[in-house]
Design a protein. Structure first.
Length: 76
């Protein structure tokens, strides 16, 4: 099966459940227990610049926008 896009491939495999299971077994992303991509911003989903302290779980850009609502004060 050669296809131009993955959506077309999944459409073709829907009629073949055994092959579909094998395809999904080998091509689904690995579930992770630690690492860079496990920690994501709750608000926008970014993985970089993550602030996890105190259970905040926001990226630095979202934290700057929401800091006053969370109770942090901005000192010049």
């Amino acid at each position: 099966m050669t296809t131009s896009s993955h959506k077309k491939m999944l459409k073709q495999l829907r009629g073949k459940p055994a092959i579909m299971q094998k395809f999904l077994k080998h091509n689904t992303p690995k579930s992770r227990s630690c690492g860079f991509n496990l920690k994501k911003c709750k608000r926008c989903g970014r993985t970089g610049g993550h602030i996890g302290q105190y259970g905040i779980d926001l990226c630095r850009q979202c934290f700057r926008e929401k800091a006053l609502e969370l109770g942090f004060k901005k000192y010049s």
